[in-house]
Design a protein around this ligand. Structure first.
Ligand code: ATP
Ligand code: MG
Length: 238
């Protein structure tokens, strides 16, 4: 259940996420988002599409609390996101980034971050869930193998799958997938789609999509153009 007392956040249920008239600029005078209204209901799968530079990733950055809206507000259930402590917010909301961040550390440390409880059996389990079991088996030292952002041991797609595994371990109730605009290896691409299908309805999903084929399953598609939400609806309606 949501625990928002004192601003700490332990989400095991999916919150209602609400952007209300959110405007934002990285640089004054150069608006990136303008009066954005967007709601993600608990367990909903919302897809966000729009041309490059339209502000899609910025929406994810604001939701993670990396930047603050210039006007309007973002709420999780009944509270403004500024009410929550940053670390709780960032665990509850996992961002599988366009450019995923892999620490220079072992696979195990990359999965656990600051968690202490999960044992290796659980790590193997989540890696299997994200279809990285064969990859793990191919590593010279298994979970102890050292990796980093530039490691040839991981493709971009596999990095994204590793981030999904983190999300599963953290029990994140909101997962944002910012699809890579670069093409992924086909195996990872398909694995990501199957992971999304598995998670559907269990967590709230915001998928920033480049390929329309990937979002047919979405409950709602939001179309962004130059920071303005142009349309919202089901695939069939757009
Ligand atoms: P893409 O499809 O290429 O990923 P996007 O829709 O995710 O694009 P954003 O990354 O949200 O677009 O960028 C929106 C606008 O904000 C762009 O004009 C971009 O140049 C600008 N921008 C993004 N990040 C920053 C930043 N950290 N500082 C300044 N401007 C930024
Ligand atoms: Mg982007």
């Amino acid at each position: 259940d949501i625990e928002s007392s004192g601003g700490s956040l332990q989400l095991n249920h999916c919150p209602t996420i609400c952007f209300h008239q959110v405007s934002f600029a990285y640089v004054q005078g150069e608006p990136v988002l303008s009066n954005l209204d967007l709601t993600i209901a608990p367990g909903e799968f919302v897809a966000l599409v729009g041309p490059t530079g339209s502000g899609k990733s910025t929406i994810a950055q604001l939701l993670k609390g990396y930047y603050q809206a210039n006007s309007g507000h973002i709420q999780l259930d009944q509270h403004l996101i500024s009410h929550y402590q940053t670390d709780g917010l960032r665990k509850a909301i996992t961002l599988v980034d366009q450019k995923p961040f892999i620490m220079q550390a072992s696979v195990r440390q990359n999965l656990l971050l600051d968690l202490v409880h999960p044992d290796d059996a659980q790590l193997h389990h989540v890696l299997a869930q994200v279809e990285l079991a064969p990859w793990l088996a191919s590593l010279p030292q298994g979970l102890d193998t050292s990796i980093d952002n530039n490691s040839p041991l991981l493709t971009l797609g596999q990095k994204q799958l590793l981030c999904f595994a983190r999300a599963l371990l953290q029990n994140s109730s909101v997962i944002i997938l910012d699809e890579a605009s670069a093409s992924l290896d086909p195996a990872s691409e398909q694995a990501i789609q199957r992971v999304i299908a598995q998670l559907r309805g269990k967590v709230s999903l915001l998928v920033i999509a480049h390929k329309l084929s990937n979002i047919k399953m979405a409950d709602k598609i939001a179309v962004l153009q130059q920071g303005v939400l142009m349309q919202q609806g089901k695939h069939a309606d757009l």
